[in-house]
Design a protein around this ligand. Structure first.
Ligand SMILES: [Zn+2]
Length: 58
């Protein structure tokens, strides 16, 4: 028997039930627009992060 770590939704950070998969959650709980918006904002953040991260105070 394998143990799968809990999967959390990258959009709302809700931890999914073990018998649910992320795709089902995204389709059921989020609109396509929400998912797209998440992907876009993550990419924007990645671009900013590559510049700004080294400037973060320690
Ligand atoms: Zn979600």
């Amino acid at each position: 028997m394998t143990f799968d770590p809990p999967v959390s939704c990258p959009v709302c950070e809700e931890v999914l039930e073990l018998d649910r998969d992320l795709e089902e959650h995204l389709v059921g709980k989020h609109t396509q627009r929400e998912v797209v918006r998440y992907v876009v904002s993550r990419e924007e953040r990645a671009e900013i992060g590559s510049v700004g991260e080294s400037a973060a105070p320690n």
